[in-house]
Design a protein around this ligand. Structure first.
Ligand code: GLN
Length: 454
């Protein structure tokens, strides 16, 4: 079924699925006119953009009441490059406010359901992007990944999720959460689409002075030896443990040289991540003060009071928690105890990864300890959700590229597996993913359709 020739039934399909999953905060049907574009590598392909990216003509709420109704005055470089290649932004996808969360339940506007089971979360914080791709609404969507927010929802929804090397895709126009960890990521249905979108977006940008040009792979992306993380701490659910073991067996069967490894520093990634991420967030979110743009409280008699009440009424609980934690770890006299210590451990973690890459081309580990959990706190409470970030946030702390790949269906829910590569070795990730895709392509959720795009 081709979207272009069946636009009416595509739009009906979109609204049917959207009613069930709520993946978009804004969906502009008139934009599909742009799908008649005939030029460019991504000509006419519709895509969704997480609502913490600026796209001219759309709002940018970051999933928070404090930015409700704010429209973007310019377009993020990553999005502009895709538009220049002919792709068409059809809407803005739901997220945990400012990217803080693992469920998309922390959005101020609505929850997003997993297309595989609408009682369950699509993951987060880029849950809207992953759900939209898994439901077949768009063949790819952009997300941001600060601690796993592209890979974890991709894995919950049975699609691909790429976190590139830090700095390789411009962050200009992406709302800052934790600037030293934030990257622009891709959620897509196929490996080829993931790679094309990444290749289109990458490159140095004068508007982001932390961006770098991509030097290309040092070994043509060849993969021979894979380091598999040994996990014996009982941290994985039965479903994920089973799937993980099967992925390892499959690699062996395919003839890869497997070496089992341990990463002792993994124990520290969650505390280090939450120290650094909240410290940076407390600084980045200081700009939302109710005075310049966005939500302004009616309660308050002077600018100081208005600032206070606007922030109190505009930010959600999770965001407030993190701002408080961030100011706590940064308060004067305590920086050595928390923030500086975390930075030192961050370096030690990176060194541990670099050592592994002296003996292997890639590292395999799980994405998340469980499959998609239920809405609310019945399966995993907010604290347990943070602890569960242990397998994803290492790639952000080290800056290394990582890809979540669908690996199996367990009890009706997709499970993914994650590969991490040395810096700038995204091609190794695409190569292994292509091999595994032949064995297990991105599975279609019941009732969803794989729309062909041209
Ligand atoms: N679960 C992580 C967090 O809550 C993911 C954040 C992200 O990557 N934006 O911080």
């Amino acid at each position: 079924m081709k979207i272009k020739e069946n636009l009416d039934s595509y739009l009906k399909y979109v609204s049917n699925w959207e009613e069930k999953i709520g993946s978009f905060l804004e969906f502009d049907i008139s934009r599909t006119k742009g799908m008649s574009t005939v030029e460019g590598q991504l000509a006419g392909i519709p895509f969704g953009v997480k609502d913490n990216f600026a796209v001219e003509g759309f709002n940018i709420t970051c999933g928070s009441k404090i930015l409700e109704g704010v429209s973007a005055p310019y377009t993020a470089t990553s999005v502009a490059k895709l538009q220049a290649a002919g792709a068409v932004v059809v809407g803005k996808t739901n997220l945990d406010a400012f990217g803080m969360g693992s469920s998309t339940d922390n959005s101020a506007f609505k929850i997003t359901n997993n297309p595989w089971d609408t009682n369950r979360v699509a993951g987060g914080s880029s849950g809207g992007s992953a759900a939209a791709v898994a439901a077949g609404i768009v063949p790819f969507a952009l997300g941001s990944d600060t601690g796993g927010s592209v890979r974890q929802p991709a894995s919950f929804c049975g699609v691909y999720g790429l976190k590139p090397t830090y700095g390789v895709v411009s962050r200009y126009g992406l709302t800052a959460y934790a600037s030293s960890l934030d990257v622009v990521g891709v959620v897509a249905r196929t490996v080829e689409m993931t790679k094309t979108v990444f290749d289109t977006m990458k490159g140095q940008d004068i508007k982001d002075n932390t961006s770098v040009s991509h030097p290309g792979s040092r070994n043509n992306g060849d993969v021979k030896k894979i380091a598999v993380l040994k996990i014996e701490d009982g941290s994985l659910s039965d479903d994920v443990a089973k799937s993980y073991l099967e992925s390892r067996k499959l690699l062996e069967k395919l003839g890869y040289d497997i070496v089992e490894i341990e990463l002792p520093s993994l124990e520290y990634v969650v505390p280090v991540y939450y120290t650094i991420a909240t410290a940076e967030a407390s600084a980045n979110l200081a700009r939302y003060n109710g005075l310049r743009y966005g939500y302004r409280s009616k309660n308050g008699n002077d600018p100081g009071e208005i600032m206070q009440t606007s922030r109190d009424e505009g930010f959600g609980d999770e965001v407030k928690l993190r701002i408080l934690l961030g100011t706590y770890v940064l308060r004067s006299g305590f920086q050595d105890q928390f923030y500086h210590k975390a930075q030192k451990i961050r370096t030690a973690i990176r060194n541990e990864f670099d050592k592994i890459f002296e003996l292997a081309d890639l590292i395999m580990m799980p994405v998340f300890p469980t499959a998609a959990f239920k809405h609310g706190s019945t399966d995993l409470d907010p604290f347990q959700q943070k602890v569960a970030d242990r397998y994803t946030c290492a790639a952000n702390l080290t800056g290394l590229p990582a890809l979540a790949i669908p690996s199996s269906i367990e009890n009706g829910l997709p499970v993914g597996v994650q590969f991490t590569a040395p810096a700038f070795e995204e091609d190794r990730l695409f190569n292994i993913a292509k091999v595994l895709e032949k064995d297990f392509p991105s599975p279609l959720a019941p009732g969803t359709k794989n729309w062909s795009i041209i």
